[in-house]
Design a protein around this ligand. Structure first.
Ligand SMILES: *[C@@H]1O[C@H](CO)[C@@H](O)[C@H](O)[C@H]1NC(C)=O
Ligand SMILES: *[C@@H]1O[C@H](CO)[C@@H](O)[C@H](O)[C@H]1NC(C)=O
Ligand SMILES: *[C@@H]1O[C@H](CO)[C@@H](O)[C@H](O)[C@H]1NC(C)=O
Ligand SMILES: *[C@@H]1O[C@H](CO)[C@@H](O)[C@H](O)[C@H]1NC(C)=O
Ligand SMILES: *[C@@H]1O[C@H](CO)[C@@H](O)[C@H](O)[C@H]1NC(C)=O
Ligand SMILES: *[C@@H]1O[C@H](CO)[C@@H](O)[C@H](O)[C@H]1NC(C)=O
Length: 647
């Protein structure tokens, strides 16, 4: 009885929903699929709202009388708190409906008030803005399918046609100018139909569109044989339905885009042709895919889709991590980082991880810790160590990182492996470190300044590629004065003078430290080491003198075989490293510029570096005159986590 009435009720709801989404003459299709606000607010809200309003006005005018009235991007970055925004309507909407959908999205997204990023996805359009450019993003965690839970009547016939058509659209759409396709196909000899739409953001590449749609198709397939399915992702959209949601005269002819490519039909034929071994391989691949997709489903899925919202880290229990590290035994201790001791742990799954035990009073920092950890766990770059999870309950805060068997660069420069890195490996470490920093500074949606780049914070993976460690608890780029405090967190010898002396923190502090590390890698000499005779001088002084007198090749570590490098390569690296250590900070290149300068396309001598400032010298001229406010902020003791732990 109860079940029966529920069934009746739900089918009534379905009918109403279906009626609501029947295409009518004018329908902006503002059925909300997904929305999210960043948990970070803009710092200067006046600038932010000015930028946001200008950007939204720009988008609207492009939709109204631009040449493309279904897609637009606009940005306003002339002051602080830049805004980058993108709007896209499904191409089957009329211009008026597109603008109506956009207007609805704007009023919806304004609910996020001053959040520095937000997104709204409707059936008819989507709108997103961020504080960084995201136009080239394709598929991101948070991609998900939305199913109707209403099974169609001729399930198997529908299912088969739907899969073929979805595969065809996955294949064809990236090749279509404008990345949009809408197709209607008959099911069961024309007794019913299926309608499918695929679309990518117009700013991504063809392969980016293909990647995104592959993920979307994988997601949406799990809706079948429901009558409706949608897949959303950062830069693409896929929707099918047994009910028409676009006019019949809006369809795309995709036949010509399927020729040559392996259309789904061809795929089946190929599948039939390959022999037993081939089938076995396919079976294995399917098994792996099944395991993978199961794992993906089981893991907590955040509501992410780009920077707008952050996925949380995996939570471990204190007990599990205690067991994994044999109760934090001495034998398992890997070292002592800036923020606490690090242990090698073996999880129940057999995975080996590095567990960092933070030396902080856990109860006092919980709230900041939580948001900081959520942020760090979303940092993914191959030159940055990955935070896998954490434990927040228990006597200590614990962080779980991926384990790097080769240990730190310091070990290879000065430790038991001294002298074992060849030139190519060293060059790759320098280049990879620059890329990791460029990511933290410019490509992650919140700017992260490391503040303590040094050789012991650069870990090496199995292939001797670098991964930046310990960035986790570095503060986000302070946007306002209250954040500007910071006790001196760097390490002497690596720290930019303006930061060491005045606490002035910008991302150029990392550029400086990077330059020093690069010189260490080239020379195999410690930056803070004064023992070199006859005239005791620091590495940076020595490097500058040699560079100035065109004797820079003398700086190269004697353990490197001179046949391995060319003088130009060495000169390029030393020149870039010295540019990174100049003062004032504005003279130093940004890390993305460093990446470019290290690549061979960049002409040497393009930007000859000026003499760096040496910390220990009388001559601190560019710095002495700088602000007094920074001095006072330096002495201000705050209770925040990085100040407690940063040394
Ligand atoms: C962001 O600003 C809104 C209103 O301006 C406020 O309610 C919210 O608490 C702020 N969030 C954070 C994380 O500061
Ligand atoms: C931006 O637009 C909103 C909504 O139209 C308005 O309430 C707000 O005052 C505007 N802010 C600025 C700084 O122009
Ligand atoms: C669009 O048209 C309106 C009204 O004619 C005009 O005010 C506006 O400047 C135009 N915008 C663009 C981008 O052409
Ligand atoms: C968000 O904005 C929309 C449109 O202005 C409004 O209808 C809705 O109630 C708001 N939602 C919340 C949660 O504030
Ligand atoms: C369909 O079912 C899933 C799982 O039971 C649920 O999460 C989802 O909200 C349902 N979708 C609709 C549209 O009811
Ligand atoms: C498509 O058909 C509708 C009526 O169903 C008509 O109003 C519209 O003009 C047609 N569009 C095109 C591009 O032919």
């Amino acid at each position: 009885m109860n079940k029966c009435s529920r069934l009746l009720w739900s089918s009534m709801v379905m009918i109403i929903i279906t009626l609501m989404f029947q295409p009518s003459r004018s329908d902006p299709q503002i059925n909300l699929l997904n929305k999210g606000c960043s948990q970070y607010n803009a710092s200067n809200q006046i600038n932010f709202f000015n930028n946001l309003n200008d950007t939204f006005a720009d988008l609207k005018s492009q939709l109204t009388n631009g040449s493309n009235n279904h897609f637009a991007t606009a940005e306003q970055a002339r002051s602080s708190d830049p805004v980058y925004a993108m709007v896209q309507c499904r191409n089957y909407l009329s211009s008026a409906d597109c603008v109506a959908c956009y207007d609805a999205a704007v009023s919806q997204i304004r609910n996020c008030s001053a959040a520095n990023g937000a997104r709204v996805i409707y059936d008819g359009c989507f709108l997103r803005y961020e504080s960084n450019s995201f136009y080239d993003q394709t598929t991101l965690p948070g991609n998900v399918q939305i199913c109707s839970n209403r099974t169609v009547s001729q399930a198997s016939a529908f299912d088969a046609v739907a899969r073929t058509l979805l595969n065809d659209l996955e294949l064809a759409t990236p090749k279509i100018n404008g990345y949009f396709a809408a197709v209607k196909r008959d099911v069961d000899g024309g007794t019913s139909s299926i309608y499918v739409v695929a679309q990518c953001a117009e700013t991504i590449s063809e392969t980016g569109c293909a990647d995104c749609l592959t993920v979307a198709n994988g997601n949406i397939e799990s809706c079948l044989p429901d009558g409706d399915g949608r897949a959303i992702d950062a830069a693409c959209f896929l929707r099918y339905s047994d009910t028409s949601f676009f006019a019949d005269n809006q369809t795309t002819n995709i036949a010509s885009f399927l020729e040559g490519g392996s259309s789904s039909k061809n795929r089946y034929i190929i599948g039939g042709v390959v022999g037993g071994i081939g089938l076995l391989l396919i079976f294995l691949a399917l098994l792996i895919w099944y395991q993978y997709s199961r794992k993906r489903k089981a893991s907590p899925r955040g509501n992410v889709l780009g920077g707008t919202d952050l996925q949380g880290p995996v939570m471990y229990t204190y007990k599990d991590l205690k067991n994994a590290t044999d109760n934090f035994s001495e034998q398992r201790k890997l070292g002592e980082g800036g923020f606490g001791e690090v242990y090698m742990g073996t999880l129940k799954s057999g995975n080996v991880v590095a567990v960092k035990k933070l030396s902080v009073n856990s109860s006092r920092v919980k709230t900041e810790f939580d948001s900081e950890i959520r942020l760090i766990s979303n940092v993914h770059h191959r030159n940055v160590t990955r935070l896998l999870g954490c434990s927040m309950r228990g006597p200590d805060l614990l962080l779980v990182y991926e384990y790097m068997a080769n240990g730190s660069l310091e070990r290879y420069l000065y430790g038991d492996k001294q002298g074992s890195l060849n030139w190519k490996q060293r060059y790759r470490i320098i280049f990879g470190t620059a890329r990791g920093l460029a990511y933290l500074h410019d490509q992650f949606h919140v700017r992260i300044i490391h503040r303590d780049i040094k050789s012991s914070n650069i870990l090496l993976d199995d292939e001797f590629l670098p991964k930046i460690a310990d960035f986790g608890l570095a503060r986000l780029l302070p946007d306002d004065r209250t954040h500007l405090s910071t006790k001196f967190a760097g390490t002497l010898g690596y720290t930019a003078p303006e930061y060491a002396l005045h606490g002035q923190l910008t991302e150029k502090v990392d550029t400086y430290s990077f330059g020093i590390v690069a010189l260490e890698i080239v020379s195999g000499r410690r930056s803070g080491d004064m023992t070199i005779e006859p005239n005791a001088e620091y590495l940076l002084q020595q490097a500058w003198k040699l560079y100035e007198s065109n004797m820079h090749l003398t700086l190269v570590d004697e353990t490197i075989d001179p046949n391995e490098y060319t003088p130009e390569e060495v000169k390029r690296v030393i020149e870039v490293a010295i540019s990174c250590t100049q003062s004032p900070p504005s003279l130093r290149p940004s890390m993305p510029e460093v990446v470019f300068m290290l690549s061979s396309e960049y002409p040497l001598d393009q930007r000859p570096p000026r003499r760096p400032t040496f910390m220990d010298q009388e001559n601190r001229s560019p710095l002495e005159t700088s602000t007094a406010t920074a001095d006072s902020s330096m002495s201000r003791a705050t209770d925040t986590i990085t100040d407690v732990t940063g040394r």
